[in-house]
Write a protein that binds this ligand. Structure first.
Ligand SMILES: C[S@@+](CC[C@H](N)C(=O)[O-])C[C@H]1O[C@@H](n2cnc3c(N)ncnc32)[C@H](O)[C@@H]1O
Length: 193
């Protein structure tokens, strides 16, 4: 299945997680025995389907603001027989509120908002939970932001750099940055007191 879903997404220019990043993410889920997962950024459901397919006990809540992508995700999830395991929400991340606590929060949406999403959803992370951020090297652009000619892109890349520095220096967290995996993956856990 997902080879076709992946191919279709790539052909249509829908951004999905890179193979290496996905393998890494799935490994985290296995290692930490993550059952309750929140995903910020569904697109067409590719990564949600991959995560839920790992284990029948896994449940994924996933958020997408784009109506068309959300509808496609709903179809793809149903076609893969995973409607009981994946709950897609058509919502802006900023509007989503829940009391649920998750083993894993996978952040794969508006990169400029990563710092905000971290604070917004920290209370929804179990004390031993893991937060994973994708695209934290942003195609390698974080290494030389001044060479970026587009001002918007440069500002976005600077925000990602700021986010990396901020979490790195934040004593609440233990951070691991895997810059060579996929498009850069940042893994955050709460520091034990
Ligand atoms: C990189 S794609 C997600 C890819 C998906 N996780 C995968 O690997 O299959 C990011 C998605 O986040 C959505 N998005 C961006 N900002 C958002 C927001 N503020 N609220 C909800 N969805 C958002 C975009 O529409 C896009 O579909």
């Amino acid at each position: 299945m997902s080879e076709t879903l992946k191919e279709k997404a790539l052909k249509e220019g829908v951004p999905i997680i890179k193979d290496e990043g996905l393998a890494f993410l799935l490994n985290i889920i296995r290692e930490h025995d993550c059952i309750e997962i929140l995903e910020l950024g569904t697109a067409v459901g590719y990564s949600a389907i991959q995560m839920a397919s790992l284990d029948r006990r896994i449940h994924v809540d996933t958020l997408e603001k784009n109506e068309e992508l959300y509808q496609e995700a709903v179809e793809n999830i149903a076609q893969n027989g995973l409607s009981a395991q994946i709950t897609p929400y058509h919502t802006a991340i900023e509007e989503f509120k829940t009391d649920k606590r998750y083993d894993l929060i996978f952040v794969d949406a508006a990169k400029a908002q990563y710092g905000k999403y971290l604070e917004m959803f920290l209370d929804n992370l179990k004390s031993d939970g893991v937060m994973v951020f994708d695209n934290t090297v942003f195609h390698g652009l974080i290494y030389d932001p001044e060479s970026i000619t587009s001002r918007n892109l440069r500002n976005l890349v600077k925000k990602i750099i700021k986010f990396r520095e901020k979490v790195h220096n934040d004593e609440r967290f233990d951070i691991m940055m895997f810059d060579n995996i996929g498009d850069g993956i940042l893994v955050l856990t709460r520091r034990k007191k």
